[in-house]
Design a protein around this ligand. Structure first.
Ligand code: NAP
Ligand code: ZN
Ligand code: ZN
Length: 355
């Protein structure tokens, strides 16, 4: 099925309209008319080949939310008219140990995890195409249910920014009763991921501290749920928090000094990298050994955990703060994202592509 989309043809080309193919729904597929798609910094890294493995043309977009228009004969959990969402993955082997444990993002079976864009398309050949398009067709096993209490436009970024911060907060932070109560948690960077990290850490009961380079985000950080906001360029302000954090989640997309944050962890504290700066970041051994500290990484979250996160957001009314844009504004949005000028996630109103 020919489908309208926006694609980058090369690392230096602006995104522009392109017609792509989607498969007609197979027995276990859900066809979704895309209403909204969030704009993740990974989309920009991919469109400009900053990680070096983009296959062009690329249609970015993995915060996909829309309405079901058709379902295959064996689909049980979705019907026409439902709200449905697709995040960063559309398939995996489903039988390796990681898949069985609900960690499809780390699938090591045949074909591995198929990402929503720039992944090997098992059905049509070539690469998968993401959510900067009017429709998507996805196996129901990788399709998420969206709580109807959430505003659909504000829910779209949960599919990546939401799960990417929810998952490490749970894994490394879970306190005695499964929450972050009594823990001191830092979030580095107030962008798409960071603003959800602040909201989740607060909602889970942590003493939440935001680290930002932007003086102009201090008031917003507090409004979003941070108990304290530290300007990370201010060495004295940083020093006041030395050796005091249980957990820090680093969402920064550009080169920065990780050692400055490691110094803020207490004994056995953990810094989790979720941001992916294009270059390797230097780490001094003393940052890890004095006193014993952990450096870890985390990639999105599995399908079951993504559903759990969406349900958590429905229950606790956690929604993203967004700026709605037209598809045609995407190149300008990328430039603004690079200047940290977005409060706090761009979301594309896909009606602009269809109109
Ligand atoms: P974003 O909205 O652009 O936010 C990044 C934030 O980092 C900025 O708002 C800014 O916050 C801070 N920052 C930017 N440049 C900086 C610099 N030079 N020094 C220090 N801080 C700087 O991006 P995002 O969509 O949240 O994504 C963040 C990163 O996570 C990207 O690299 C993305 O690819 C990656 N990511 C990873 C996963 C995963 O599964 N691990 C999933 C999604 C995204 P302040 O203005 O507050 O300083
Ligand atoms: Zn993303
Ligand atoms: Zn697998």
């Amino acid at each position: 099925m020919p489908t309208r989309a926006f694609a980058a043809a090369s690392a230096t080309a602006p995104l522009a309209p392109m017609s792509i193919e989607r498969r007609p729904p197979l027995a276990s597929d859900v066809e979704i008319d895309i209403l909204f798609c969030g704009v993740c910094h990974s989309d920009l890294h991919f469109a400009r080949n900053e990680w070096g493995f983009t296959q062009f043309p690329v249609v970015p977009g993995h915060e996909i939310l829309g309405r079901v228009t058709r379902v295959g004969s064996s689909v049980r959990n979705f019907k026409v008219g439902d709200l449905a969402a697709v995040g960063c993955m559309v398939d995996s082997c489903r039988s390796c140990d990681h898949c069985k444990r609900g960690l499809e993002q780390f699938c090591f079976g045949p074909g591995g995890c198929v990402f929503s864009y720039n992944g090997a398309d098992k059905h049509l050949g070539g690469m998968t195409f993401g959510g900067y398009s009017e429709k998507v067709v996805c196996d129901e096993a990788f399709t998420l249910k969206v709580p109807t209490t959430l505003d659909p436009a504000r829910a779209a970024p949960l599919l990546c920014a939401g799960i990417t911060t929810y998952s490490p907060l749970k894994k490394w932070g879970a306190g005695p009763d499964g929450t972050l109560k009594g823990k001191k948690v830092g979030i580095v960077g107030l962008g798409g991921l960071g603003h959800m990290g602040v909201k989740f850490a607060h909602a889970m009961g942590a003493h939440t501290v935001l680290f930002t380079t932007s003086q102009g985000k201090v008031a917003d950080g507090k409004k979003l749920g941070a108990h304290d906001v530290v300007i990370s360029k201010d060495a004295d302000a940083m020093a006041k928090h030395a050796s005091s954090f249980d957990l820090i989640v680093d969402t920064v997309s550009a080169d920065h000094d990780i050692n400055a944050y490691m110094a803020l962890l207490k004994l056995d504290g953990t810094l989790v990298m979720v941001g992916v700066p294009p270059n390797p970041q230097a780490i001094h051994a003393f940052s890890l050994i004095m006193p014993r500290r952990n450096l870890a990484g985390s990639l999105i979250g599995g399908i079951a955990e993504t559903q759990e996160m969406l349900d958590f957001c429905g229950k606790h009314n956690v929604q993203c703060d967004i700026e709605l844009i037209k598809m045609q504004q995407i190149n300008e949005a990328y430039e603004r994202m690079l200047k940290s000028d977005v409060k706090y996630r761009f979301v594309i109103d896909m009606a602009s592509l269809k109109g």
